[in-house]
Design a binder for this molecule. Structure first.
Ligand SMILES: [Zn+2]
Length: 283
């Protein structure tokens, strides 16, 4: 029970259901951004009809996930949490992909190639790709990564090796750590970090790491992600080839960490492939 019927976010209209989840400019911006732009979508005045009309085509999942996040964002507003539009839309798209793929029937239809490209979700902020690598004999653990804008323009990169370690997990956590530090140092506001190790993603997001040997490093990474529009996303290795190159460069060097303010020559063709948006297929 609120003391006033007026919308607490815009202060312009009564806070009806449709105002909250669709018409308030905070909500309508999200709908526009994920592609619901038809006038019909915004003119239906009956909530039942609106939901029914919007769940009758192939965008049903996107609509329902959008609705969930739009509502969730109301709650976030009340808790003073601020997520950027980019981060919200990224969450909407990735939840939609997960739900769609969970309901895809296996076997009966010809398997679709999975298309992998460097900037998986057409993220609008800066992109960080990182990777770890173990090479040679005796084995040398190295890491590397690079920051680009969303058009693929190279901003900065780094590579290095870890003395006295042959542990790929340490290499992977170290590269995430250095990549995020570099983004913070460069004043990046919106960031998605792609990497291809599911093991490290689990260690960072699952809360059972108190006794893990790398607990300090994992906590440092969590601290850097907190309260920033930074997030980590798994990518398949085909989408991560530039970072893979830098990680191998790091593993074959004897430098603990080096910043590449301009790209090494051998990285240029890989950067060009990513920037041109070429897809790799994976059956
Ligand atoms: Zn409003």
């Amino acid at each position: 029970m609120a003391p006033s019927a007026t919308c607490a976010r815009c202060g312009d209209h009564d806070e009806t259901f449709l105002h909250c989840v669709r018409d308030c400019r905070f909500s309508s911006n999200i709908w526009h951004k994920i592609g619901f732009i038809g006038t019909d979508f915004f003119t239906v005045q009956n909530a039942y009809d609106w939901i029914k009309n919007s769940t009758s085509d192939n965008r049903t999942t996107l609509f329902l996930v959008g609705l969930w996040w739009v509502w969730n964002r109301n709650l976030m507003y009340l808790n003073n949490e601020t997520w950027s539009m980019t981060r919200l839309c990224n969450n909407i798209h990735s939840s939609t992909d997960v739900i769609r793929s969970s309901f895809q029937r296996d076997g009966s239809a010809a398997p679709l190639d999975r298309l992998i490209k460097w900037n998986c979700n057409n993220h609008q902020g800066s992109i960080l790709n990182v990777d770890g690598s173990c090479l040679g004999s005796p084995t040398h653990a190295g890491f590397g990564g690079l920051l680009r804008n969303n058009a693929g323009f190279y901003l900065s990169g780094f590579s290095g090796f870890i003395p006295n370690s042959t542990d790929i997990l340490l290499a992977e956590l170290t590269t995430i750590y250095h990549g995020l530090s570099k983004a913070i140092e460069m004043g990046v506001d919106d960031l998605i970090c792609y990497y291809d190790s599911l093991l490290s993603i689990n260690l960072i997001f699952v809360n059972t790491t108190r006794f893990h040997i790398y607990v300090v490093l994992i906590q440092d990474i969590k601290d850097m992600l907190d309260n920033r529009n930074y997030f980590l996303q798994h990518t398949l290795r085909e989408g991560n080839q530039c970072a893979d190159y830098l990680a191998k460069l790091g593993a074959s060097s004897y430098v603990e960490i080096i910043t590449h303010s301009s790209p090494p020559v051998d990285l240029l063709p890989l950067l060009r492939i990513d920037a041109s948006g070429i897809f790799f297929t994976r059956p």
